[in-house]
Ligand binder design. Structure first.
Ligand code: XIL
Length: 496
C-alpha cells in the first residue's frame, strides 16, 4: 500500500518509496534459486524462505531503481535454527544481460530475534536491480524477512534558481569547466546544472589508463603480439554521451602517468610476475593506447574532445628531475618526447596536447617543469601546459602563483588550469570569504593571460564529492548551492 512510483523524464520509472506488505501475498518477492527453495507468507505477515540449497538462495524482489539515485534500505530478518546466523542485504544488478553483485549490509541475527539490516545504496549504471537477503557462513537454514523499506534520498532539484552561469560569464574569454566522475553523470538534475555552468568537462577518473586498459583482454592478445593493447571505454562513455548531446567540450585525462596505470601494462604478457617489456614494446603499447583512444573518439564523438593530457606529473617535487616510474625505467630519459611525438602522430587535427603537473608555484618543481617543457617543445609536438593548481588557502602565495603563470606563459605555450581547488581549514563565514578572495586572485592572474588560456577547470563540482572533501575546496555545496567562491569567480570575469 505504501509504494509510490512517479514518472521521470524520458519515461523511466523512478521509485520514491516502498514498504513490503505481505497481507495480500508475496508482493513480487520470489525465491532466488535454481532448485527447491520457495517463499511463502507466514501467519504473522512475514515472508519465509525454505528449501534453500545454497547461500544465495534468498528472498529477492526486482525494483525499478534509477542509476545515480541514492536509496536508504532496511529490512528485518529472523531465524530459529542456530544460536546465531549472519545475513547480508545484497543487490544483484545487470547490464546487457550480465549480472553482478554488491553486498550492502551485514548483520548477525540471534536465534528467534528480529534483527535489522540497513544500508544506503547509490544505484550504479545498470538496467535491472534485484534486492535480496542472503546468509553468510550460515549454511542453508530457513529464515524470515519483514518490514523491507526503501526510500529515495536524492533530491529532485540541484543548484540554486537564478544564479549566474560560469560558462556564460567566461564566454569569449576562455572555457570554464569542471571534473565530473561517473556516478555524478547519472544524476539528471546535477548534470543539467553542469550543462548550464560549464563549457568543458573532464572525466575525474574514467579516462585514466586503469579505466581504459582492459588487462585481461590485453593479456590474451599479448600471446600473439606483445605490442597489443585492448581498450575499454565503458567508464567514460556516459560522460562523452552527455557532452556530445549537450554541446559541452571534453578535456581528456590522461595517457602517461605513474599512477592509476595497471602494473601489468609494463610487463611481458601483461603479467606482473614476468619481466618488464623492452623499450620498443612499451612505445608500441603506448602508441596503440593513444591511437585506439583517438580513433574511438573520432568515430563516436568527433569534435567533442578538444584537448588531452599526454603526460601527467612527470617531474619529481624536490629534485625537478624526472620522477622514478615504470615509464622512466622501461623507456628511458626521453619518454616524454617520445610520448608527445607518438600522440601528435595519431591525434585528430586540432586536438591540443598538454603536459599537466602540480605545485608549479614551488621553485624546485617549477624549474624542473620548465626544463621538461623546453625539452618537449623541441619536438614541436606539444601545445600547452596544464597547471593543476591543487592549492590551500595558506599556500602557495598569490605572488608565487602569479610568478609561475607568468614564467610558463613566457614560453609561448597554450595554458590550461586543469584541476583547480583550494582547501580551507573550516567552514566559517570568514574562512569562506578568504577562500573566495583566493579564487578571485587566481582568476585575475589567468584573466591577465586570457588570450593564451584555453580553459580553467575546477576539480569537481560539489565539496562533499571532492577528492579533498574535508577541505571544502570547490565552488558549490552538496546541493549545488553557490559558495562565496562561486560569486568571486563570476565577479572576476565581470571586472576584467
Ligand atoms: C584524483 C581523483 O580525483 C580521485 O578520485 C582519485 O582517487 C585519485 O585521483 N592529480 C591528477 C588527478 O592528475 O588525476 C587526480 O585525481 C588528482 C591529482
Amino acid at each position: 500500500d505504501d509504494i509510490e512510483i512517479t514518472a521521470a523524464e524520458g519515461g523511466e520509472s523512478l521509485l520514491d518509496r516502498y514498504a513490503s506488505d505481505f497481507s495480500a501475498g508475496t508482493d513480487g518477492w520470489v525465491a532466488r534459486s535454481a532448485g527447491t527453495a520457495s517463499v511463502a507468507v507466514t501467519e504473522e505477515g512475514a515472508l519465509r524462505i525454505e528449501g534453500r540449497q545454497a547461500t544465495w538462495n534468498s528472498p529477492g524482489r526486482e525494483f525499478p531503481l534509477t542509476a545515480g539515485e541514492t536509496y536508504l534500505l532496511s529490512v528485518r530478518v529472523r531465524q530459529d535454527e542456530k544460536a546465531s546466523a549472519e545475513f547480508i542485504l545484497s543487490v544483484a544488478h545487470s547490464r546487457d544481460g550480465r549480472e553482478s553483485y554488491e553486498n550492502l549490509a551485514f548483520g548477525t541475527a540471534k536465534q528467534g530475534e528480529w534483527t535489522e539490516l540497513s544500508a544506503s545504496y547509490t544505484a550504479g549504471p545498470f538496467d535491472r536491480y534485484i534486492l535480496y537477503v542472503e546468509t553468510h557462513n550460515s549454511g542453508t537454514l530457513s529464515f524470515e524477512i519483514r518490514d523491507f523499506r526503501l526510500t529515495r534520498k536524492t533530491a529532485d532539484a540541484f543548484g540554486a534558481e537564478g544564479i549566474p552561469s560560469l560558462k556564460e560569464a567566461y564566454a569569449g574569454v576562455f572555457d570554464f569547466g569542471a571534473a565530473v566522475t561517473l556516478p555524478e553523470v547519472f544524476s539528471k538534475p546535477r548534470m543539467a546544472f553542469c550543462a548550464e555552468q560549464f563549457a568543458i568537462l573532464t572525466p575525474g577518473n574514467e579516462m585514466k589508463p586503469d579505466a581504459l586498459i582492459d588487462v585481461n583482454a590485453s593479456r590474451r592478445l599479448a600471446a600473439e603480439d606483445e605490442g597489443a593493447v585492448a581498450l575499454d571505454f565503458t567508464a567514460c562513455k556516459p560522460l562523452l554521451d552527455f557532452a556530445k548531446a549537450n554541446g559541452v567540450k571534453v578535456h581528456g585525462h590522461t595517457f602517461v602517468w605513474h599512477q592509476q596505470t595497471p602494473e601489468a601494462f609494463f610487463h611481458e604478457g601483461y603479467d606482473p610476475a614476468k619481466p618488464l617489456v623492452t623499450r620498443e614494446v612499451m612505445l608500441t603499447r603506448l602508441e596503440r593506447m593513444m591511437r585506439g583512444t583517438f580513433e574511438y573518439l573520432e568515430a563516436n564523438y568527433p569534435g567533442v574532445v578538444v584537448s588531452y593530457d599526454v603526460l601527467n606529473e612527470a617531474v619529481d617535487d624536490s629534485t625537478g628531475r624526472l620522477r622514478a616510474s615504470n615509464w622512466l625505467k622501461v623507456v628511458g630519459e626521453d619518454y616524454p618526447e617520445r610520448a608527445f611525438e607518438l600522440a601528435r602522430a595519431c591525434a585528430p587535427a586540432g586536438v591540443r596536447l598538454f603536459y599537466n603537473d602540480y605545485n608549479t608555484a614551488f621553485a624546485a618543481k617549477q624549474n624542473g617543469i620548465v626544463k621538461l617543457l623546453e625539452t618537449v617543445m623541441a619536438t614541436g609536438c606539444i601545445d600547452g601546459y596544464g597547471f593543476q593548481m591543487h592549492h590551500d588557502l595558506a599556500m602557495p602565495s598569490v605572488a608565487a602563483i602569479r610568478a609561475s603563470v607568468d614564467r610558463i606563459a613566457a614560453l609561448g605555450l597554450r595554458l590550461l588550469v586543469s584541476e583547480l581547488d583550494i582547501t580551507i581549514p573550516d567552514g566559517s563565514e570568514a574562512t569562506l570569504e578568504k577562500q573566495a578572495d583566493m579564487y578571485r586572485a587566481v582568476m585575475e592572474i589567468l584573466l591577465a593571460h586570457a588570450e593564451q588560456v584555453d580553459a580553467v577547470q575546477v576539480w569537481g563540482v560539489t565539496d562533499e564529492l571532492s577528492w579533498r572533501a574535508q577541505g571544502r575546496p570547490l565552488l558549490f555545496g552538496a546541493g549545488g548551492e553557490p559558495k562565496p567562491a562561486f560569486l568571486a569567480v563570476i565577479e572576476a570575469a565581470q571586472g576584467r
